[in-house]
Write a protein that binds this ligand. Structure first.
Ligand code: ADP
Length: 458
Protein backbone atom coordinates (compact mmCIF):
# COMPACT_ATOMS: atom_id res chain seq x y z
CA UNK A 1 0.00 0.00 0.00
CA UNK A 2 3.09 2.15 -0.54
CA UNK A 3 2.95 1.85 -4.32
CA UNK A 4 2.56 5.40 -5.53
CA UNK A 5 3.52 7.92 -2.87
CA UNK A 6 3.15 10.75 -5.39
CA UNK A 7 -0.42 9.67 -6.09
CA UNK A 8 -1.21 9.71 -2.40
CA UNK A 9 -0.02 13.31 -2.32
CA UNK A 10 -2.59 14.19 -4.94
CA UNK A 11 -5.32 12.43 -3.00
CA UNK A 12 -4.14 14.18 0.15
CA UNK A 13 -4.53 17.50 -1.67
CA UNK A 14 -8.16 16.75 -2.49
CA UNK A 15 -8.77 15.70 1.12
CA UNK A 16 -7.11 18.86 2.43
CA UNK A 17 -9.47 21.01 0.37
CA UNK A 18 -12.34 19.49 2.41
CA UNK A 19 -10.80 20.27 5.80
CA UNK A 20 -12.17 23.18 7.82
CA UNK A 21 -10.08 24.17 10.85
CA UNK A 22 -11.51 25.28 14.20
CA UNK A 23 -10.28 28.82 13.46
CA UNK A 24 -12.18 28.79 10.17
CA UNK A 25 -15.28 27.57 11.99
CA UNK A 26 -15.02 30.45 14.45
CA UNK A 27 -14.78 32.82 11.48
CA UNK A 28 -17.84 31.21 9.88
CA UNK A 29 -19.71 31.61 13.19
CA UNK A 30 -19.03 35.36 13.10
CA UNK A 31 -20.28 35.61 9.54
CA UNK A 32 -23.43 33.65 10.42
CA UNK A 33 -24.10 35.95 13.39
CA UNK A 34 -23.83 38.97 11.05
CA UNK A 35 -26.17 37.39 8.54
CA UNK A 36 -28.67 36.61 11.33
CA UNK A 37 -28.63 40.23 12.44
CA UNK A 38 -29.23 41.30 8.83
CA UNK A 39 -32.19 38.93 8.54
CA UNK A 40 -33.77 40.20 11.78
CA UNK A 41 -33.47 43.88 10.94
CA UNK A 42 -36.22 45.53 8.85
CA UNK A 43 -33.67 47.70 7.02
CA UNK A 44 -31.67 44.73 5.70
CA UNK A 45 -34.15 41.83 5.79
CA UNK A 46 -35.01 42.12 2.10
CA UNK A 47 -31.44 41.57 0.86
CA UNK A 48 -30.50 39.19 3.67
CA UNK A 49 -29.59 35.62 2.72
CA UNK A 50 -30.47 34.06 6.09
CA UNK A 51 -34.08 35.17 6.30
CA UNK A 52 -34.80 34.64 10.02
CA UNK A 53 -38.57 34.45 9.55
CA UNK A 54 -40.68 34.95 12.71
CA UNK A 55 -43.09 31.98 12.88
CA UNK A 56 -45.82 33.38 15.16
CA UNK A 57 -45.28 30.38 17.42
CA UNK A 58 -44.69 31.96 20.84
CA UNK A 59 -45.38 29.21 23.34
CA UNK A 60 -43.89 25.79 23.65
CA UNK A 61 -46.21 22.98 24.75
CA UNK A 62 -46.37 21.99 28.39
CA UNK A 63 -47.56 18.41 28.02
CA UNK A 64 -51.20 19.11 28.94
CA UNK A 65 -52.43 19.49 25.35
CA UNK A 66 -55.32 17.15 24.44
CA UNK A 67 -57.44 16.32 21.37
CA UNK A 68 -57.47 14.74 17.93
CA UNK A 69 -55.53 16.75 15.40
CA UNK A 70 -54.59 16.16 11.78
CA UNK A 71 -51.29 17.05 10.20
CA UNK A 72 -49.95 17.11 6.67
CA UNK A 73 -46.19 16.90 6.31
CA UNK A 74 -44.79 18.06 2.98
CA UNK A 75 -41.23 19.06 2.46
CA UNK A 76 -39.01 16.27 1.38
CA UNK A 77 -38.87 12.80 0.08
CA UNK A 78 -42.20 11.70 1.49
CA UNK A 79 -45.57 13.28 1.92
CA UNK A 80 -47.35 12.10 5.06
CA UNK A 81 -50.79 12.48 6.49
CA UNK A 82 -50.99 12.05 10.26
CA UNK A 83 -53.61 11.76 12.95
CA UNK A 84 -52.31 12.69 16.36
CA UNK A 85 -54.30 11.95 19.47
CA UNK A 86 -52.90 14.06 22.31
CA UNK A 87 -53.93 12.46 25.59
CA UNK A 88 -52.18 14.86 27.97
CA UNK A 89 -49.41 13.87 30.41
CA UNK A 90 -46.86 13.41 27.61
CA UNK A 91 -49.04 10.75 25.97
CA UNK A 92 -49.35 10.92 22.19
CA UNK A 93 -50.89 8.37 19.88
CA UNK A 94 -49.97 8.64 16.24
CA UNK A 95 -51.33 7.07 13.06
CA UNK A 96 -49.87 8.03 9.72
CA UNK A 97 -49.72 7.11 6.08
CA UNK A 98 -47.06 7.92 3.54
CA UNK A 99 -48.11 9.00 0.07
CA UNK A 100 -45.94 9.47 -2.98
CA UNK A 101 -45.65 12.80 -4.72
CA UNK A 102 -44.99 11.89 -8.35
CA UNK A 103 -42.15 13.78 -10.01
CA UNK A 104 -44.67 15.18 -12.52
CA UNK A 105 -46.57 16.84 -9.66
CA UNK A 106 -43.35 18.14 -8.02
CA UNK A 107 -42.55 20.18 -11.09
CA UNK A 108 -46.07 20.66 -12.49
CA UNK A 109 -48.69 23.31 -11.86
CA UNK A 110 -49.36 24.19 -8.22
CA UNK A 111 -53.08 23.49 -8.45
CA UNK A 112 -52.40 19.79 -9.09
CA UNK A 113 -50.08 19.67 -6.10
CA UNK A 114 -52.69 20.99 -3.65
CA UNK A 115 -55.45 18.91 -5.21
CA UNK A 116 -53.23 15.85 -4.71
CA UNK A 117 -52.64 16.76 -1.03
CA UNK A 118 -56.40 17.11 -0.46
CA UNK A 119 -57.10 13.76 -2.15
CA UNK A 120 -54.53 12.00 0.04
CA UNK A 121 -56.05 13.65 3.13
CA UNK A 122 -59.52 12.48 2.11
CA UNK A 123 -58.35 8.90 1.56
CA UNK A 124 -56.65 8.86 4.97
CA UNK A 125 -59.62 10.35 6.83
CA UNK A 126 -61.96 7.87 5.17
CA UNK A 127 -59.84 5.00 6.43
CA UNK A 128 -59.66 6.48 9.94
CA UNK A 129 -63.44 7.06 10.01
CA UNK A 130 -63.08 10.80 10.34
CA UNK A 131 -65.31 11.74 7.40
CA UNK A 132 -68.96 12.61 8.18
CA UNK A 133 -68.42 12.60 11.95
CA UNK A 134 -70.05 15.98 12.25
CA UNK A 135 -66.76 17.39 13.52
CA UNK A 136 -64.30 19.67 11.80
CA UNK A 137 -60.75 18.66 12.73
CA UNK A 138 -57.97 21.19 13.19
CA UNK A 139 -55.05 20.57 10.88
CA UNK A 140 -51.42 21.57 11.16
CA UNK A 141 -49.60 21.90 7.85
CA UNK A 142 -45.91 21.13 8.01
CA UNK A 143 -44.66 22.86 4.90
CA UNK A 144 -40.91 22.83 4.87
CA UNK A 145 -40.01 25.39 2.28
CA UNK A 146 -38.99 28.99 2.88
CA UNK A 147 -42.10 31.00 3.72
CA UNK A 148 -42.71 34.50 4.94
CA UNK A 149 -45.38 34.01 7.56
CA UNK A 150 -47.98 36.70 8.02
CA UNK A 151 -49.77 34.91 10.83
CA UNK A 152 -49.98 31.39 12.22
CA UNK A 153 -52.26 30.29 9.36
CA UNK A 154 -50.99 32.51 6.59
CA UNK A 155 -47.67 32.20 4.82
CA UNK A 156 -46.26 33.12 1.43
CA UNK A 157 -43.81 30.80 -0.25
CA UNK A 158 -40.65 32.76 -1.05
CA UNK A 159 -39.10 30.10 -3.28
CA UNK A 160 -39.05 26.35 -3.84
CA UNK A 161 -36.11 24.16 -2.71
CA UNK A 162 -35.24 20.43 -2.58
CA UNK A 163 -36.37 19.52 -6.09
CA UNK A 164 -39.83 21.12 -6.06
CA UNK A 165 -40.72 23.81 -8.60
CA UNK A 166 -44.53 23.97 -8.98
CA UNK A 167 -45.78 26.90 -11.03
CA UNK A 168 -48.04 29.57 -9.57
CA UNK A 169 -47.20 29.02 -5.90
CA UNK A 170 -44.29 31.38 -5.17
CA UNK A 171 -45.58 34.52 -3.42
CA UNK A 172 -48.97 32.88 -2.81
CA UNK A 173 -50.48 32.05 0.58
CA UNK A 174 -49.98 28.28 0.76
CA UNK A 175 -52.49 27.85 3.60
CA UNK A 176 -55.17 29.41 1.40
CA UNK A 177 -54.18 27.19 -1.55
CA UNK A 178 -54.44 24.12 0.69
CA UNK A 179 -57.71 25.17 2.34
CA UNK A 180 -59.28 25.93 -1.07
CA UNK A 181 -58.38 22.41 -2.24
CA UNK A 182 -59.75 20.92 1.01
CA UNK A 183 -63.01 22.87 0.65
CA UNK A 184 -63.31 21.95 -3.01
CA UNK A 185 -63.45 18.30 -1.95
CA UNK A 186 -65.82 19.05 0.95
CA UNK A 187 -63.42 17.69 3.57
CA UNK A 188 -64.18 18.46 7.24
CA UNK A 189 -60.77 19.83 8.20
CA UNK A 190 -59.49 23.33 8.81
CA UNK A 191 -55.87 24.32 8.49
CA UNK A 192 -55.18 26.41 11.59
CA UNK A 193 -51.40 26.56 11.49
CA UNK A 194 -48.54 26.40 9.04
CA UNK A 195 -45.51 24.91 10.71
CA UNK A 196 -41.99 24.58 9.43
CA UNK A 197 -40.50 21.13 10.08
CA UNK A 198 -37.80 22.64 12.29
CA UNK A 199 -40.52 24.20 14.47
CA UNK A 200 -42.42 20.91 14.64
CA UNK A 201 -39.23 19.18 15.70
CA UNK A 202 -38.58 21.76 18.42
CA UNK A 203 -42.18 21.53 19.67
CA UNK A 204 -42.30 17.74 19.77
CA UNK A 205 -39.04 17.64 21.70
CA UNK A 206 -40.18 20.42 24.08
CA UNK A 207 -43.31 18.40 24.94
CA UNK A 208 -40.96 16.04 26.78
CA UNK A 209 -38.00 18.28 27.63
CA UNK A 210 -38.71 21.92 28.60
CA UNK A 211 -35.09 23.01 28.08
CA UNK A 212 -35.52 22.51 24.32
CA UNK A 213 -34.84 25.81 22.55
CA UNK A 214 -33.59 24.76 19.11
CA UNK A 215 -34.99 22.56 16.32
CA UNK A 216 -32.67 21.18 13.65
CA UNK A 217 -33.31 19.23 10.45
CA UNK A 218 -30.63 17.13 8.76
CA UNK A 219 -32.49 15.29 6.01
CA UNK A 220 -33.05 16.07 2.35
CA UNK A 221 -32.27 19.67 3.29
CA UNK A 222 -30.99 21.36 6.42
CA UNK A 223 -32.54 24.16 8.45
CA UNK A 224 -32.81 25.32 12.06
CA UNK A 225 -35.12 27.32 14.29
CA UNK A 226 -34.69 28.64 17.82
CA UNK A 227 -36.47 30.67 20.48
CA UNK A 228 -35.48 34.34 20.19
CA UNK A 229 -36.36 37.27 22.46
CA UNK A 230 -38.75 39.73 20.83
CA UNK A 231 -36.41 42.65 21.52
CA UNK A 232 -33.93 41.16 19.04
CA UNK A 233 -36.55 40.69 16.31
CA UNK A 234 -36.76 44.03 14.49
CA UNK A 235 -39.08 42.54 11.88
CA UNK A 236 -41.67 41.48 14.50
CA UNK A 237 -45.13 42.92 13.72
CA UNK A 238 -47.20 41.06 16.31
CA UNK A 239 -48.02 41.92 19.92
CA UNK A 240 -45.50 42.27 22.74
CA UNK A 241 -47.47 40.26 25.31
CA UNK A 242 -45.82 37.64 27.47
CA UNK A 243 -43.94 35.51 26.72
CA UNK A 244 -41.70 38.05 25.01
CA UNK A 245 -40.27 35.49 22.62
CA UNK A 246 -40.98 33.95 19.23
CA UNK A 247 -39.59 30.97 17.35
CA UNK A 248 -37.45 32.11 14.42
CA UNK A 249 -37.27 29.90 11.33
CA UNK A 250 -33.77 30.75 10.17
CA UNK A 251 -33.78 29.17 6.69
CA UNK A 252 -30.08 28.70 7.29
CA UNK A 253 -29.69 26.56 4.16
CA UNK A 254 -29.33 29.83 2.26
CA UNK A 255 -26.32 30.92 4.33
CA UNK A 256 -23.53 31.68 1.85
CA UNK A 257 -25.78 32.59 -1.08
CA UNK A 258 -23.93 35.94 -1.20
CA UNK A 259 -20.51 34.30 -1.72
CA UNK A 260 -19.47 34.70 1.93
CA UNK A 261 -18.71 30.98 2.22
CA UNK A 262 -16.53 30.89 -0.90
CA UNK A 263 -13.40 30.61 1.25
CA UNK A 264 -14.33 27.06 2.20
CA UNK A 265 -16.04 25.84 -0.97
CA UNK A 266 -14.35 23.36 -3.28
CA UNK A 267 -14.69 22.80 -7.01
CA UNK A 268 -16.92 19.83 -6.16
CA UNK A 269 -19.32 22.11 -4.27
CA UNK A 270 -19.41 24.42 -7.27
CA UNK A 271 -20.19 21.54 -9.58
CA UNK A 272 -23.01 20.26 -7.34
CA UNK A 273 -24.44 23.76 -7.27
CA UNK A 274 -24.20 24.37 -11.01
CA UNK A 275 -25.94 21.11 -11.94
CA UNK A 276 -28.74 21.63 -9.37
CA UNK A 277 -32.15 23.05 -10.20
CA UNK A 278 -31.39 26.15 -8.07
CA UNK A 279 -27.84 27.30 -8.87
CA UNK A 280 -26.44 29.92 -6.50
CA UNK A 281 -29.09 29.10 -3.91
CA UNK A 282 -28.91 27.09 -0.66
CA UNK A 283 -25.11 27.09 -0.56
CA UNK A 284 -24.82 26.04 3.14
CA UNK A 285 -27.43 23.30 2.59
CA UNK A 286 -25.53 21.95 -0.41
CA UNK A 287 -22.44 21.41 1.78
CA UNK A 288 -24.40 19.60 4.48
CA UNK A 289 -27.64 17.84 3.64
CA UNK A 290 -28.62 14.41 2.38
CA UNK A 291 -29.76 15.58 -1.01
CA UNK A 292 -26.19 16.57 -1.93
CA UNK A 293 -23.75 14.59 0.22
CA UNK A 294 -23.65 11.50 -1.97
CA UNK A 295 -23.26 13.70 -5.01
CA UNK A 296 -20.21 15.48 -3.55
CA UNK A 297 -18.65 12.09 -2.79
CA UNK A 298 -19.46 10.88 -6.32
CA UNK A 299 -17.76 13.89 -7.92
CA UNK A 300 -14.62 13.38 -5.84
CA UNK A 301 -14.47 9.66 -6.63
CA UNK A 302 -15.03 10.41 -10.31
CA UNK A 303 -12.29 13.04 -10.28
CA UNK A 304 -9.80 10.60 -8.74
CA UNK A 305 -10.92 7.89 -11.14
CA UNK A 306 -10.38 10.16 -14.13
CA UNK A 307 -6.95 11.12 -12.78
CA UNK A 308 -6.23 7.37 -12.61
CA UNK A 309 -5.82 7.41 -8.85
CA UNK A 310 -8.62 4.96 -8.11
CA UNK A 311 -10.04 1.64 -9.35
CA UNK A 312 -7.05 0.99 -11.64
CA UNK A 313 -7.29 -2.78 -11.44
CA UNK A 314 -10.95 -2.56 -12.27
CA UNK A 315 -10.30 -0.69 -15.47
CA UNK A 316 -7.47 -3.03 -16.47
CA UNK A 317 -9.77 -6.02 -16.19
CA UNK A 318 -12.77 -4.66 -18.00
CA UNK A 319 -11.20 -2.08 -20.29
CA UNK A 320 -13.96 0.37 -19.67
CA UNK A 321 -15.87 1.55 -16.62
CA UNK A 322 -19.54 0.69 -16.57
CA UNK A 323 -20.70 2.39 -13.44
CA UNK A 324 -23.41 4.85 -12.36
CA UNK A 325 -20.55 6.94 -10.95
CA UNK A 326 -20.69 8.76 -14.27
CA UNK A 327 -24.34 9.70 -13.77
CA UNK A 328 -25.69 12.47 -11.61
CA UNK A 329 -27.08 10.97 -8.40
CA UNK A 330 -25.21 7.71 -9.01
CA UNK A 331 -23.81 7.54 -5.46
CA UNK A 332 -26.51 7.68 -2.77
CA UNK A 333 -26.05 9.49 0.53
CA UNK A 334 -27.04 6.31 2.35
CA UNK A 335 -23.93 4.70 0.82
CA UNK A 336 -21.85 7.24 2.77
CA UNK A 337 -23.38 5.87 5.98
CA UNK A 338 -22.81 2.28 4.90
CA UNK A 339 -19.17 2.88 3.95
CA UNK A 340 -18.51 4.60 7.28
CA UNK A 341 -19.88 1.72 9.33
CA UNK A 342 -16.80 -0.29 8.33
CA UNK A 343 -14.13 -0.40 11.01
CA UNK A 344 -10.82 -2.10 10.50
CA UNK A 345 -9.37 -3.48 7.31
CA UNK A 346 -11.98 -5.84 5.90
CA UNK A 347 -14.18 -3.17 4.34
CA UNK A 348 -17.03 -5.61 3.85
CA UNK A 349 -19.69 -2.87 3.65
CA UNK A 350 -17.56 -0.67 1.43
CA UNK A 351 -16.96 -3.59 -0.93
CA UNK A 352 -20.69 -4.24 -1.06
CA UNK A 353 -21.42 -0.61 -1.95
CA UNK A 354 -18.71 -0.59 -4.62
CA UNK A 355 -20.05 -3.82 -6.09
CA UNK A 356 -23.49 -2.23 -6.12
CA UNK A 357 -22.13 0.47 -8.39
CA UNK A 358 -20.36 -1.93 -10.69
CA UNK A 359 -16.83 -1.80 -9.24
CA UNK A 360 -15.96 -5.47 -8.86
CA UNK A 361 -12.96 -6.59 -6.83
CA UNK A 362 -11.83 -3.22 -5.49
CA UNK A 363 -8.38 -3.25 -3.89
CA UNK A 364 -7.70 -2.51 -0.23
CA UNK A 365 -6.47 0.95 -1.29
CA UNK A 366 -9.61 1.61 -3.31
CA UNK A 367 -11.76 0.87 -0.27
CA UNK A 368 -9.58 2.89 2.07
CA UNK A 369 -9.66 5.91 -0.23
CA UNK A 370 -13.43 5.75 -0.78
CA UNK A 371 -13.97 5.52 2.98
CA UNK A 372 -11.59 8.42 3.55
CA UNK A 373 -13.57 10.55 1.09
CA UNK A 374 -16.87 9.69 2.78
CA UNK A 375 -15.45 10.49 6.22
CA UNK A 376 -14.10 13.86 5.13
CA UNK A 377 -17.28 14.93 3.37
CA UNK A 378 -19.61 13.90 6.21
CA UNK A 379 -17.29 15.31 8.88
CA UNK A 380 -17.19 18.64 7.10
CA UNK A 381 -20.99 18.66 6.99
CA UNK A 382 -21.26 17.78 10.69
CA UNK A 383 -18.78 20.50 11.66
CA UNK A 384 -20.60 23.16 9.65
CA UNK A 385 -23.95 22.23 11.21
CA UNK A 386 -22.29 22.06 14.65
CA UNK A 387 -20.80 25.54 14.23
CA UNK A 388 -24.25 26.87 13.33
CA UNK A 389 -25.74 25.31 16.47
CA UNK A 390 -22.91 26.74 18.59
CA UNK A 391 -23.86 30.24 17.43
CA UNK A 392 -27.45 29.65 18.59
CA UNK A 393 -26.57 28.01 21.91
CA UNK A 394 -24.15 30.83 22.81
CA UNK A 395 -26.73 33.42 21.79
CA UNK A 396 -29.63 31.92 23.77
CA UNK A 397 -27.46 32.26 26.84
CA UNK A 398 -29.23 29.70 29.05
CA UNK A 399 -27.12 27.37 31.16
CA UNK A 400 -28.79 24.31 29.65
CA UNK A 401 -30.02 23.92 26.08
CA UNK A 402 -31.51 20.90 24.34
CA UNK A 403 -31.53 20.69 20.55
CA UNK A 404 -34.31 18.58 18.99
CA UNK A 405 -32.98 16.97 15.80
CA UNK A 406 -34.76 15.10 13.03
CA UNK A 407 -33.83 13.80 9.57
CA UNK A 408 -32.42 10.63 8.08
CA UNK A 409 -28.89 11.95 7.73
CA UNK A 410 -28.64 12.55 11.50
CA UNK A 411 -30.59 9.41 12.32
CA UNK A 412 -28.72 6.89 10.21
CA UNK A 413 -25.22 8.24 9.69
CA UNK A 414 -22.95 6.41 12.16
CA UNK A 415 -20.82 9.41 13.18
CA UNK A 416 -22.73 12.53 12.36
CA UNK A 417 -23.90 13.17 15.93
CA UNK A 418 -20.50 12.44 17.43
CA UNK A 419 -18.72 14.69 14.92
CA UNK A 420 -21.14 17.53 15.63
CA UNK A 421 -20.77 17.18 19.40
CA UNK A 422 -17.00 17.08 19.17
CA UNK A 423 -16.75 20.32 17.28
CA UNK A 424 -19.45 21.97 19.43
CA UNK A 425 -17.52 21.18 22.62
CA UNK A 426 -14.77 23.45 21.30
CA UNK A 427 -17.14 26.20 20.12
CA UNK A 428 -19.86 26.46 22.79
CA UNK A 429 -19.13 28.58 25.89
CA UNK A 430 -17.68 26.38 28.59
CA UNK A 431 -20.40 27.12 31.20
CA UNK A 432 -23.26 25.92 28.97
CA UNK A 433 -24.51 22.35 28.95
CA UNK A 434 -26.05 21.23 25.67
CA UNK A 435 -27.51 18.02 24.36
CA UNK A 436 -28.72 16.76 20.99
CA UNK A 437 -31.94 14.75 21.19
CA UNK A 438 -33.46 12.76 18.34
CA UNK A 439 -36.99 13.99 17.89
CA UNK A 440 -38.95 10.96 16.74
CA UNK A 441 -41.64 11.85 14.20
CA UNK A 442 -41.05 15.40 15.29
CA UNK A 443 -42.22 17.45 12.38
CA UNK A 444 -45.69 15.88 12.21
CA UNK A 445 -46.31 15.62 15.95
CA UNK A 446 -45.07 19.14 16.53
CA UNK A 447 -47.35 20.56 13.84
CA UNK A 448 -50.30 18.91 15.56
CA UNK A 449 -49.26 20.49 18.86
CA UNK A 450 -49.10 23.93 17.30
CA UNK A 451 -52.50 23.30 15.68
CA UNK A 452 -53.96 22.07 18.97
CA UNK A 453 -52.80 25.13 20.91
CA UNK A 454 -53.99 27.40 18.06
CA UNK A 455 -57.38 25.67 17.89
CA UNK A 456 -57.93 26.11 21.63
CA UNK A 457 -57.58 29.86 21.30
CA UNK A 458 -59.85 30.15 18.22
P1 ADP B 1 -36.95 14.60 4.47
O1 ADP B 1 -35.86 15.47 4.96
O2 ADP B 1 -37.05 14.60 2.99
O3 ADP B 1 -38.26 14.82 5.15
P2 ADP B 1 -35.46 12.37 5.49
O4 ADP B 1 -35.21 12.95 6.82
O5 ADP B 1 -35.77 10.92 5.41
O6 ADP B 1 -36.63 13.08 4.75
O7 ADP B 1 -34.19 12.68 4.61
C1 ADP B 1 -34.01 12.14 3.35
C2 ADP B 1 -32.53 12.27 3.01
O8 ADP B 1 -31.77 11.46 3.88
C3 ADP B 1 -32.19 11.85 1.60
O9 ADP B 1 -31.44 12.87 0.99
C4 ADP B 1 -31.35 10.62 1.76
O10 ADP B 1 -30.26 10.63 0.87
C5 ADP B 1 -30.81 10.74 3.16
N1 ADP B 1 -30.66 9.40 3.74
C6 ADP B 1 -31.53 8.36 3.68
N2 ADP B 1 -31.02 7.29 4.29
C7 ADP B 1 -29.81 7.66 4.77
C8 ADP B 1 -28.78 6.99 5.48
N3 ADP B 1 -28.88 5.71 5.83
N4 ADP B 1 -27.68 7.69 5.80
C9 ADP B 1 -27.55 8.99 5.45
N5 ADP B 1 -28.47 9.66 4.75
C10 ADP B 1 -29.58 9.02 4.42
Amino acid sequence: HHRHPELNDQIEKVMDSLKITDDQLVHIMHILEEEMTAGLSPATHKQATVKMFPTYVRNIPNGTEVGKVLALDLGGTNFRVLLIDLRGNDKVELTSKIFVIPQSIMIGDGKYLFRHLAECLYEFMLKENLIHTGLCYPLGFTFSFPCKQEGLASARLTGWTKGFSCAGVVNQDVVKLLQDAINEKGINAKCVALVNDTVGTLMACAYKDPSTAIGLILGTGTNACYIESLDKVGTWDGDYDEPKQVIINMEWGAFGDNDRLNLIRTKYDEEVDLSSINPGKQIFEKMISGMYMGEIVRLIILDLLQQELLFLGHRDTYGDYKTPLYDRGGFYTKFVSTVETDEGIKFSNTRRVLEDIGIRNPTYDDCAIVQHICRQVSKRAARLAGAGLAVLINRIGKSEVTVGVDGSLYRYHPRFKRNMERCMEALVHKDIKFQLTLSDDGSGKGAAMVACVADRSL
